[in-house]
Design a protein around this ligand. Structure first.
Ligand code: SF4
Ligand code: SF4
Length: 419
């Protein structure tokens, strides 16, 4: 309780003073319409911060219902860092200790390492109804929730055996932050990234022992661990970007958003030296094409109708344009832009029994739109959006990099820079 003492010199790091109480942010919050217990961005953010600075006793545990989607920040005309204010308050004042369930959901590296080594057993077990019911009653992980499958071979293992030795053959180089999903669940996305980057004339290298970006640790209150991992990752990025002059690209919008923005804003881990050279692979590729350095040549027989879903963190980054423009460059694509709205899963939020109903309620307008839009599949840059959409609609979901990898004519593209 010692931290709950009024300190007149304890000014907020966040810019709540810029709020003019226009309430626009409340219209864009996806939680408010489905959960009346959540006070909303204005009240939880700038309004609450004024009170909490006077007396931290005003902190309200209902702030945990914020998804940290940042849609309120995108809407705010005065650039108030509403999501940051709410998450910082949770970090500073919450007295709720993470439960066993939260630690399991947040420790993606440990769980991924164990689960991928026993992938066939784990995949079968978590698909069984009695196992899901047991996890529901013991751990409070909702029994409706489908888990992503684990891969028997980790991406890093595949890379060392199959790709590492040829990457030095290229004149230009990037490092790849693959993230937990690619490493433990879906190595094919990492393979697709290497296919595209090699076709574009770039060798792809792995960082010096990357760790999970920590987004799930932050949202589950394991901030010390998240900070330790953030410092490790910033060091690995610095080695690549500053020492080796190799930018770092990623295929996960949430990982790259966390590394660029949440590290300094929420964890106080400085990343000035690496931030600008850390980006999403689709943005990197788009910029190469835009500058005339690259031309992607596509197969003539690739014909698909594809709808793009904008993940919340892509909306905040303002980067969905890069992914959608790349997809639209494929001549055989009939492109559909879905309305930008939250899918509801918010990382580990939608796995929790107490949040499941809200998560599905938030995502329902998106699911309805996907169901009404007859497409071959949905494209998105976030793996948890993919899990949520695939669980809640009949549509399959692909990362834009996998779409490009399937549509590209590798030999014709390589001729462009090999001339
Ligand atoms: S949109 Fe911005 S300025 Fe308006 S109430 Fe929300 S935080 Fe305040
Ligand atoms: S970050 Fe998202 S969930 Fe949280 S207050 Fe803002 S809009 Fe609502």
């Amino acid at each position: 309780m010692t931290k709950k003492i009024f300190d007149p010199f304890n000014i907020s790091d966040n810019n709540f003073e810029q709020c003019v109480k226009c309430t626009i942010c409340t219209v864009y919050c996806p939680v408010m319409p489905v959960n009346p217990e959540f006070p909303g961005p204005k009240q939880s953010g700038p309004d609450g911060e004024r009170l909490r600075l006077k007396d931290p006793g005003f902190f309200d545990e209902s702030l945990k219902l914020c998804l940290n989607c940042k849609r309120c920040e995108v809407a705010c005309p005065h650039d108030v860092k509403i999501g940051d204010i709410i998450q910082s308050a949770r970090i500073k004042y919450s007295e709720n200790k993470p439960k066993v369930r939260d630690m399991i959901l947040a420790n993606t590296d440990i769980v991924g390492t164990l689960a991928s080594s026993l992938a066939p057993i784990v995949n079968t077990a978590v698909a069984l109804k009695p196992v899901r019911k047991m996890m529901d009653s013991v751990l409070k992980i909702d029994h409706h929730r489908m888990f992503p499958k684990y891969s028997g071979q980790r991406f890093e293992t595949w890379y060392r055996k199959n790709a590492k030795k040829t990457q030095g053959n290229f004149k230009k180089h990037v490092s790849y932050f693959h993230g937990c999903y690619v490493n433990y669940n879906f190595p094919q996305l990492g393979k697709d990234l290497i296919k595209i980057m090699n076709a574009a004339g770039y060798g792809v290298h792995l960082l010096n022992k990357e760790k999970c970006c920590g987004v799930a640790l932050i949202s589950n209150g394991l901030v010390n661990q998240a900070t330790k991992q953030a410092k490790h990752n910033v060091k690995a990025f610095t080695e690549s970007i500053v020492e080796k002059q190799m930018p770092v690209i990623s295929t996960s919008s949430t990982c790259i958003f966390t590394i660029r923005d949440e590290y300094p804003h929420l964890l106080g881990v400085k990343n000035d030296e690496i931030r600008e050279e850390s980006e999403l692979a689709t943005r990197f590729l788009f910029r190469l094409i835009d500058s005339g350095e690259l031309e992607l040549v596509f197969k003539k027989d690739y014909k698909k109708r594809i709808a793009y879903h904008t993940p919340c963190h892509m909306e905040k980054l303002g980067w969905s344009l890069y992914s959608t423009q790349l997809i639209k460059m494929i001549p055989g694509v009939d492109f559909v832009q879905l309305d930008s709205q939250c899918c509801g899963i918010a990382g580990t939020f939608g796995f929790k029994k107490e949040n499941y109903k809200s998560a599905q309620g938030i995502g329902q307008p998106l699911f309805n739109q996907i169901n009404d839009t007859k497409v071959d599949f949905v494209a998105t840059d976030c793996e948890t959006c993919k899990w949520q959409i695939e669980m809640s609609t009949p549509s399959k979901v692909e990362n834009p990099i996998s779409i490009l990898a399937e549509a590209i004519d590798v030999e014709a593209t390589m001729k462009f820079w090999n001339k």
